[in-house]
Design a protein around this ligand. Structure first.
Ligand SMILES: [Mg+2]
Length: 251
């Protein structure tokens, strides 16, 4: 249920949310290029045929089911998620993001909220991205894992799963309840967890990957950087992350 004043905790997607997806055509987008290369190399290796009509079709069919490229590749090449993720992330090591002064200012103003980061990838690469964005420079009135973030999850390492799998969101939900709401010795129940989670906003750039499963788990949801047609699992929409920030600061 949509209720702005209830929001106390925010779970941020990272890629495409804390920084916009890289502009330009696919050919000049280093991240898209690495994903394309991974698709070709890993499927060719396993199927011993070029990534041409059959494999492209196979990939696309499973992608519609799993949404994540990493997971789709893991499925159609019989590998573990972490192996495929490692293949991709080692090739992204030289990508560079710069500190974003507007984003840093945003998080400095949002210190009345608790923040968590949830990225589809490895833990180390997630921390590296947050540092490249300059978010580690921020100090908060309470101890955090990095900058404003109490907790940073790389779903591949932390859950051996990726969004949009409900498993990821349920694990996060239980962590949030245990961390923020639980009192040792007091009863805990499915109902209490669901009640508490209404105070949590999940922010992402991909409706089906970040927000649909978040809504199914009972979180409030916000879409940034994209305008989607009205979807019943998106509570709020913002042109950029800075618009969302201003809206949150206004209380
Ligand atoms: Mg994203």
């Amino acid at each position: 249920m949509k209720n702005k004043t209830a929001i106390k905790i925010i779970i941020w997607d990272v890629d495409g949310t804390l920084y916009p997806s890289q502009p330009g055509t696919r050919a000049f987008n280093p991240v898209a290029a690495v994903f394309d290369q991974a698709k070709q190399a890993l499927t060719r290796q396993y199927w011993q045929q070029p990534y041409k009509p059959y494999l492209v079709k196979l990939f696309n069919q499973y992608k519609r089911k799993y949404h994540s490229t990493t997971k789709t590749l893991a499925v159609i090449t019989n590998q573990s998620l972490s192996k495929v993720n490692k293949y991709i992330e080692t090739r992204l090591k030289d990508r560079h993001l710069s500190p974003d002064p507007r984003l840093i200012k945003c998080f400095k103003q949002l210190d009345t909220f608790y923040h968590l980061a949830l990225r589809n990838g490895g833990r180390a690469e997630t921390l590296r991205i947050l540092k490249m964005l300059g978010l580690d420079q921020i100090t908060y009135p309470y101890p955090t894992q990095l900058g404003p973030f109490l907790k940073v999850w790389g779903a591949v390492d932390d859950f051996h799963e990726v969004k949009p799998a409900p498993f990821v969101f349920d694990q996060v939900k239980i962590w949030v309840y245990r961390h923020f709401f639980n009192q040792p010795g007091k009863p805990v129940s499915y109902r209490l967890v669901n009640q508490a989670i209404k105070q949590v906003l999940v922010v992402g750039d991909r409706p089906k990957v970040d927000l649909k499963p978040a809504k199914m788990a009972g979180f409030q949801t916000a879409l940034v950087w994209h305008q989607a047609e009205k979807l019943n699992y998106i509570d709020y929409q913002f042109k950029t992350i800075y618009h969302l920030c201003r809206w949150l600061v206004q209380g």
